[in-house]
Design a protein around this ligand. Structure first.
Ligand code: C2O
Ligand code: CU
Length: 456
């Protein structure tokens, strides 16, 4: 990775981690460290100063972690920041104790301490990892990275590229991250939006490809609040997976690709541009610094594939929950600016720094929103009675949207609910433990849109 330099503190912390691993080496070989540390990164356009970020291993985004489906990921998370932290593996069907939610599945890892994450990744696909302690601030400061679980039979493509879309709220002169993480405007409206759009930690990213090449693009939205709307030019092809989970059949890429916070979309596209350039354009012009992701075309591939790609191999558990037997639940999403929550209730909430409720509660609170029996099918109606969209994420289990006529939508772990809309999701509660259900607009999650369920 270019564009970053380790700070002295980070280097010292790294040495500390090495010493730690050597000591632990008596029994098992110590897991590879993944270290949260300060670093400098050139996020802003050239000519601006570097930005101090919180990083994993001094990189922005964090190192791309790749493993084969069904194999183990073992990482010693070393916290070299001055604040507690923890790592969540977003979208992985994981053992509860490894889910990384401070205060729910583990204690936050204190500064200078470490925690060993160790889990098997049962499903192939595009996932990501990010801080889950004060995530609104920690993710906005840079603590996220891609987690790729590779299929045993990978599709036939020439390149496999991860594109992590993010935005950064930077001071326009100093290019440093705006440090106010409790602004009532962010908390009560759409969330914290950046003024610089970046991809893979950079302002201007250009991929290289040959004409007629076939690419797999793994799009990840790591932003705090921004819904990216993307359009391909000079590239055409298919959408093959959502939130890691393969679609039953490849579908032509939509004119406008909507990627809500925390969502992922896998595309398989052919380079069809006649000229020298193709692009992944971002629609909307609401950031001070924004540039499309360019694809520079250098020559032509010797062969071109015309046939559409096959579907990705299905993951082991892509069942359809039994709707007839499913327990019905309803969760109202309320609050925020311009909503219908009575002012008297809103005032009460605001006294505790909250603006939103899920199922009537500004969470996280005890008891859980629901206690489910292991193996129980559930249908959950989420009613967005607010003036904003919300990206609702369930930990530990993927779900399907229940569409008109009781048809099932694709499997997802994060669903975008538009203002005023109501969506029903269904899943089988087959993973025991305490699982968060929250909005991935992280300012909303911090301001009350955090709930949880317990499966036992
Ligand atoms: Cu991406 Cu609660 O997480
Ligand atoms: Cu929200």
């Amino acid at each position: 990775m270019q564009n970053f330099h380790l700070t002295r503190r980070a280097v010292l912390a790294g040495l500390g981690a090495t010493a730690l691993s050597a000591r632990a080496g008596f029994a098992d070989p110590a897991p590879i460290p993944l270290t949260a540390q300060r670093a400098l990164a050139q996020i802003a356009p050239e000519g601006y100063p570097q930005t101090e970020v919180w990083s994993y291993d001094g990189r922005l985004p964090g190192p791309e972690l790749r493993l084969a489906q069904g194999t183990r990921l073992q990482r010693r998370f070393v916290n070299s920041l001055e604040v507690p932290s923890s790592v969540h593996w977003h979208g992985i069907r994981i053992e509860n104790a490894m889910d990384g939610v401070a205060g729910l599945t583990q204690e936050a890892v204190a500064p200078g301490a470490s925690f060993d994450y160790d889990f098997v990744a049962p499903d192939a696909g595009t996932y990501w990892y990010h801080a889950h302690t004060h995530s609104m601030e920690q993710v906005a400061r840079g603590l996220s990275g891609a987690l790729i679980v590779q299929e045993r039979d990978a599709p036939d493509v020439d390149r496999d590229e991860v594109l992590m879309f993010n935005d950064w709220l930077l001071d326009p002169q100093t290019a440093q991250i705006a440090p106010d993480f409790s602004h009532p405007m962010d908390l009560s409206h759409g969330g914290r939006f950046g003024n610089l759009i970046g991809t893979n930690g950079r302002f201007a990213l250009t991929l290289r490809a040959k004409r007629h090449e076939r690419l797999r693009l793994r799009l990840i939205n790591a932003a705090n609040a921004r819904i990216f709307v993307l359009r391909l030019t000079g590239l055409s092809g298919w959408q093959v997976a959502l939130d890691g989970m393969p679609l039953p059949a490849p579908e032509p890429v939509a004119q406008e690709i909507v990627l809500a916070p925390a969502q992922r979309i896998d595309l398989i596209v052919d380079v069809t541009a006649e000229g020298q350039e193709a692009a992944i354009e971002r629609l909307g012009n609401d950031a001070q610094w924004s540039r499309q992701v360019g694809v520079q075309i250098t020559g032509a591939a010797s062969r071109s594939r015309r046939a559409p790609p096959a579907a990705l191999p299905p993951n082991p558990k892509m069942d359809r929950p039994d709707l007839a037997q499913a327990r019905p639940l309803e969760m109202k999403i309320e609050g925020g600016a311009m909503g219908r929550m009575p002012m008297s209730r809103m005032r009460g909430l605001m006294q505790s720094g909250k603006f939103w409720t899920l199922g009537g509660q500004a969470g996280p609170v005890d008891p859980p929103f629901a206690r489910l029996f292991l193996g129980e099918p559930v249908r959950l109606r989420m009613v967005n009675d607010t003036a904003f969209p919300h990206a609702m994420h369930l930990h530990g289990m993927h779900f399907r949207e229940v569409l008109e006529g009781e048809r099932f939508g694709p499997m997802r772990d994060t669903l975008l609910t538009e203002a005023g809309a109501s969506h029903e999701i269904a899943f089988t509660a087959d993973n025991p433990g305490k699982w968060l259900l929250h909005c991935h607009m992280l300012a909303h999650a911090a301001a009350g849109m955090t709930s949880w369920i317990e499966v036992s």
